[in-house]
Ligand binder design. Structure first.
Ligand code: SAH
Length: 251
């Protein structure tokens, strides 16, 4: 069996800070404007890295994790804008399937189809998805978020009973910050729960290299005219804490 090495990518430096702090025997390596932190979490070899933003950045980071660090599985943790009206800020989405909403090679192939792969969606690994779901449910049930995030901060973002939702996630090189953008995506792909900028790129690389992956996204905004407000504040006060608590419980 291949030696287990977990790769953890985050799209925000603040988010991976807490996860890096969980590493024992931490060693740093710099490559291509990224710092890879290697060590162990609960005795399992783990490499943590800030992916930077967008599909290209995420894809090159995932490839480096696979080639240089020989990871056997990949977890992505980050934030996303809600497309589904059923999602609130503070909810967590696990991406069951990932699609690139800006892939469009018509008339050569169908809209959203990935060239040469003859597929539109990438499925995340069911075992990793289940263990992430268990970890998230444990964090929610034990109220451990309340221990690390102040009540004032939860109130500031109107977070009371965060939920886990599993479903389809769309990625592309656009920050969604208008009602029109949100509406257009919702009309074209009504199954999409949330939008972000990296997940489906990581999914494609992992599919091509046969590395199991899972994508974890905390809802930071509603992907409309209000999405830029409090974005940095949300990352610092809320999502960085979520990421650390979830990862702690996955091991
Ligand atoms: N750090 C910048 C914004 C980074 S880009 C700032 O402080 O303003 C946004 C990151 O969050 C990307 O990694 C993307 O995956 C995710 N994201 C969150 N909300 C999003 C939205 N409404 N549209 C697209 N990506 C979003």
């Amino acid at each position: 069996m291949k030696k287990r090495t977990i790769g953890i990518m985050g799209a925000m430096p603040e988010e991976i800070e807490g996860v890096v702090a969980l590493l024992s025997n931490c060693v740093e390596a710099s490559m291509g404007k990224r710092t890879y932190f290697s060590g162990q979490i609960n005795g399992i070899d783990t490499v943590v890295v800030f992916s930077r933003w967008g599909k290209v950045a995420a894809a090159t980071t995932a490839t480096t994790l696979i080639h240089e660090f020989k990871i056997s599985e990949l977890m992505f943790t980050g934030v996303a804008g809600a497309i589904s009206d059923n999602l609130k800020i503070g909810d967590i989405v696990l991406g069951k399937r990932l699609i690139q909403h800006d892939m469009d090679a018509r008339p050569l192939m169908k809209q959203y189809e990935i060239p040469l792969l003859s597929q539109t969606y990438f499925e995340s690994d069911s075992t990793l998805l289940d263990s992430a779901a268990n970890a998230i449910n444990t964090v929610f049930e034990n109220n451990s978020l309340y221990a690390v995030i102040g009540e004032d901060e939860l109130m500031e973002f109107n977070i009371s009973q965060p939920r886990l939702v599993i479903g389809d996630v769309a990625s592309g090189d656009q920050f969604f910050s208008s009602k029109e953008q949100k509406h257009a995506l919702n009309t074209q792909l009504p199954n999409i729960l949330c939008v972000e900028m990296e997940g489906a790129a990581v999914a494609q690389v992992c599919y091509e290299y046969e590395v199991p992956f899972t994508i974890i996204r905390t809802i930071s905004d509603t992907a409309d005219d209000k999405s830029h407000i409090d974005f940095p504040s949300f990352i610092k006060k809320i999502s960085s804490k979520y990421a650390t608590e979830i990862i702690k419980n996955i091991y």
